[in-house]
Design a protein. Sequence first.
Length: 262
Amino acid sequence: MKMTFSRKSLGIPYGIFLFLFVVAPLVVIVYYAFTNGSGQFTFENLSGFFKDPNTTGTLVYSLFLAFVTTCICLIIAYPVAYVLAMGRLRFRSVLMMLFIMPMWINFTLRITALKEILTLIEGNLAFYPFLNSVIGMTYDFLPFMILPIYTTLSKLDLSLVEAAQDLGADRKQTFMRVILPLSMPGVISGISMVFLPAMTNYVVLDMLYNSTYIMGSLIGSYFSAYNWHGGSMISLILLALICIFTLLSSDRQEETRGGSRL
């Protein structure tokens, strides 16, 4: 007997997986976020987050840390990706491999090695907690900024660059008016891949002796203290910020791609 499968039947395992590991946990988080210890519906968890200076301060610190890390990664990654994609290098694949190889090593080992190097330079890591956190975040997320920019630049239609040069544009004008706008989808993808994880990656802070909380460590502290209601509300707020950022970045990508087609 010949067995046939339709697209709907093939999608059943994925639907079950999404329900069990995405929808159901999200429903549980929403329930705890909008209820109190007695199970009654309330907005106290939401209002308490914005009234507490510790939680709002953690949010501001997380945003600032992620912003600085993203800016530094972008400043370093764009020239590197540009040289790798546009330069006539004989060992381009080897250089690209050097940037990818750290991603193959265990995250904890990489940060531990970085900690030893910073300890040799600074002596006591507690003196510069924010600087060390930015260095650790940049070291960890830099490949995620380089790769999308490099991919976009490597697929760039060079005939557009040649057309700009034929029309009298110098190198600066060609870069600012042709190359940079067309590479914006890669830049936006890199920003999304760096900014959002940098808000929650508290492991780097812990390993580099930065005792300041960010959003990830704040959520963990609430659940460790069995305050599921407060921790769930902070998780929802962080999820809302991530969704807003993702929607804005995706809209910007569509505008950029639409402009490039014109």
